[in-house]
Design a binder for this molecule. Structure first.
Ligand code: ZN
Length: 218
């Protein structure tokens, strides 16, 4: 997933309202997870909408070996190279259910980690509060759109050694967990937009230039 889009450029009147949030955003109070060792990985170019690997369900990971570890190292480096807050394996062309993240939530907690074979938990009705928010994706470069999503998400899966893990989050991080799990099931966030908003996102992408290396579509 792409970094949060700054609304204030488009809506100056919203600036005062956002001020406290921006000030807080510069000083994370807490980190959950460990920063990866970036010397171990290599940045790979990002696949973009239209590449078949993004539009089908990825394969379940069954081998928790050195190759998986190396893939996760490359994914972290690739995510940071593209200034993303989340990255799914198919975004670097790998057909495997894994994603990585380094993403703040709305309480300014920075969450860092990876998850293999993630499954989104069904939310009880009382937790289904929708958050309006701007969403972007490294595979739809330079485009953003408003998309309502539940403000809480929990994902179960495994770590790189095959141990069971559960990750939950709120706000922007909840959005990230849903966005990345969608990727591994073959869906982009633009697939959840109205026809008109999807078209607008694709227009933004066509008019923009990615600030990172991408894989050209045939
Ligand atoms: Zn994405």
């Amino acid at each position: 997933m792409a970094e949060q889009h700054d609304h204030t450029h488009d809506h100056d009147h919203a600036h005062d309202h956002d001020h406290d949030h921006e000030a807080a955003a510069s000083a994370p109070v807490k980190v959950v997870g460990e920063e990866p060792d970036l010397s171990k990985g290599t940045a790979r170019p990002i696949t973009v909408v239209g590449n078949p690997v993004l539009h089908r369900e990825c394969r379940t990971v069954t081998a928790f070996d050195a190759d998986l570890s190396a893939l996760i190292d490359d994914m972290f480096v690739s995510m940071y190279a593209a200034a993303g807050v989340g990255l799914a394996a198919n975004q670097i062309g790998v057909d495997a259910k894994v994603f990585v993240y380094d993403c703040p939530d709305d309480d300014n907690v920075r969450h860092i980690g990876h998850i293999v074979n993630p499954v989104l938990e069904d939310l009880p009705v009382e937790r289904r509060t929708l958050d309006d928010g701007n969403e972007g994706c490294l595979s739809v470069p330079t485009a953003y759109a408003e998309l309502a999503r539940p403000d809480f998400a929990a994902v179960t899966g495994q770590d790189k050694d095959g141990n069971p893990v559960r990750v939950e989050g709120t706000g922007f991080f909840a959005r990230c967990l849903q966005h990345e799990t969608d990727h591994l099931n073959g869906y982009l966030y633009i697939d959840r937009l109205s026809k008109r908003d999807r078209k607008d996102a694709l227009r933004q992408m066509a008019e923009g230039t990615a600030s990172y290396a991408t894989v050209a579509n045939d």
